[in-house]
Design a protein around this ligand. Structure first.
Ligand SMILES: *Cc1c(COP(=O)(O)O)cnc(C)c1O
Length: 362
C-alpha cells in the first residue's frame, strides 16, 4: 500500500473488504446461476440487455476513460459523476465525527455537502479577491491542513465559480508539502475548457494526489452521470471497497462508449473551442455594460460577474426567460451571478435581456 493511503485511510477500514458481489468473483462457466437474476428477459427489454447485473467496473469503459485521461486502468475508478467520487473520498478518509477537510470557498458546494452528511468538519481558507481575480492561497491551505490535521484538501481548477486556473507546479509543491499527511484532491471538471495539462501527470510522483474528471461538462453527458477518480492503484482499490457493487448501469456504459468514440471526442473538442471563443466575447461585452461592476477571468465554460444591483439583474433576466446561477448566498459573492456559456443565440438573448445589442459568434 502507498504511504499516503496507509497513513490516511480510516483505521477502521484498513482491513475492510467491502461487499463481494456475485460479479466480483473471478469465476468462469456457461450456466450462470450465482446472482439470483431472473432467467427470463423482461418483456419491455428488447434483447434482454438488462437481465444481468452490469460489470462492477465496466472494463471497456474504464479502458477508454484511462486512455482519455492518460492513466493506467488501475489508476481509475468510474462512478456516478464526480459527485460520487467526492462522497467516496470523504467516506474512506474521514472518520465520521472526527475527520476534517480543507476547502477554499466560494467553491463548488458538493464538497461541504458531502462533508456535512458524513459528519466531517470543514476548515475554510477563503479565496482572495485581488487584481488577478478570486484566487486560492495554496500556502495558507497547506498551513490549515497541517495545523488542523485534515485528511483531505479540495482544490478546484478551473475553479467553480472563481474561474481560476491553478499552476500545476504549485499544486505539485502543495502535495509535496503534505505528503503522507493529507490527500490533495484536484477537481478538474472544467479542465478541457482551459486547454491546460492535467494533475494526472503528477500522480506518478505524488501518491497523495487524487484527480476528479467528469463527462458532465465538456463531453456534454451530464444526464449519463459518469465521472472518475484518478489516483494511485492503492487509493483506487481503497475507494472501490467503499463503493456500491454496480455503480454504472448497462445503458450508460453503452451511451458513454458511443460518446467517447474518436469522432465524437473530436466533435466535443470543437464544441469546447466554440464555448471558449464565446466565453471571451461574453466577458468583453459584459465588461462594457453599465450594470456590471466586475467580470472575472474564467478558464471554464461560465463567467462570474458582480453587478451594482444583482437582485434587479437576476429578476430582469428571469422575467425574460433567461436563467442564470444566483451566487448571492455564497461568501464574498453577495452581488454576483454566474452565467454559463450558451450557444451564440442564447448569449444573444442574454444580452437582449440586459438591454444591450450585443452580437456574439463562435
Ligand atoms: C459540474 C461539476 C462537477 C461535475 O459533477 P458530476 O457529478 O460529474 O456531474 C464536479 N465538480 C465541479 C466543480 C463542478 O462544477
Amino acid at each position: 500500500m502507498s504511504l499516503t493511503v496507509n497513513a490516511l485511510l480510516r483505521a477502521d477500514l484498513q482491513d475492510f473488504a467491502g461487499y463481494k458481489s456475485a460479479r466480483s468473483e473471478a469465476l468462469t462457466g456457461a450456466v450462470w446461476l450465482n446472482a439470483n437474476e431472473s432467467a427470463w428477459a423482461n418483456a419491455g427489454d428488447a434483447g434482454g440487455q438488462l437481465r444481468r447485473y452490469p460489470q462492477p467496473q465496466p472494463q471497456a469503459l474504464c479502458a477508454r476513460l484511462a486512455e482519455l485521461y492518460g492513466v493506467a486502468p488501475a489508476q481509475l475508478l468510474v462512478g456516478r459523476g464526480s459527485d460520487e467520487g467526492i462522497d467516496l473520498l470523504l467516506r474512506a478518509f474521514c472518520l465520521p465525527g472526527q475527520g476534517k477537510v480543507v476547502l477554499a470557498p466560494p467553491v463548488f458546494g458538493m464538497y461541504a455537502v458531502c462533508a456535512r452528511l458524513h459528519g466531517a468538519q470543514v476548515v475554510e481558507v477563503p479565496l482572495r479577491d485581488g487584481a488577478a481575480g478570486l484566487c486560492a492561497d495554496l500556502a495558507a491551505l497547506g498551513d490549515a491542513a497541517l495545523a488542523q490535521g485534515a485528511s483531505l484538501l479540495f482544490l478546484c481548477t478551473p475553479g467553480n465559480p472563481s474561474g481560476e486556473l491553478l499552476a500545476l507546479a504549485e499544486v505539485a509543491a502543495l502535495a509535496q508539502r503534505l505528503r503522507g499527511r493529507c490527500l490533495v484532491i484536484v477537481d478538474e471538471a472544467y479542465l478541457e475548457y482551459a486547454e491546460a495539462p492535467s494533475a494526472a501527470s503528477l500522480l506518478a510522483a505524488h501518491d497523495n494526489i487524487a484527480v476528479l474528471r467528469t463527462l458532465s461538462k465538456a463531453h456534454a453527458l451530464a444526464g449519463a452521470r459518469v465521472g472518475c477518480v484518478l489516483g494511485s492503484p492503492a487509493l483506487i482499490a481503497a475507494l472501490r471497497r467503499c463503493q456500491v457493487p454496480y455503480p454504472i448501469p448497462e445503458p450508460v456504459v453503452e451511451a458513454a462508449l458511443r460518446s467517447l468514440q474518436p469522432a465524437a471526442v473530436a466533435a466535443s473538442r470543437a464544441q469546447v473551442r466554440d464555448a471558449c471563443a464565446l466565453r471571451e466575447q461574453v466577458r468583453d461585452a459584459l465588461q462594457g455594460l453599465p450594470q456590471v461592476r466586475r467580470v472575472y477571468p474564467s478558464a471554464g465554460n461560465f463567467v462570474l460577474a458582480r453587478f451594482f444591483d444583482a437582485d434587479a439583474v437576476f429578476a430582469a433576466l428571469l422575467a425574460a426567460g433567461v436563467v442564470v446561477r444566483d451566487m448571492r448566498a455564497l461568501p464574498q459573492l453577495g452581488d454576483a451571478l454566474r452565467i454559463s456559456i450558451g450557444t451564440a443565440a442564447e448569449c444573444g438573448r442574454l444580452f437582449a435581456a440586459l438591454g444591450a445589442a450585443v452580437e456574439v459568434s463562435p
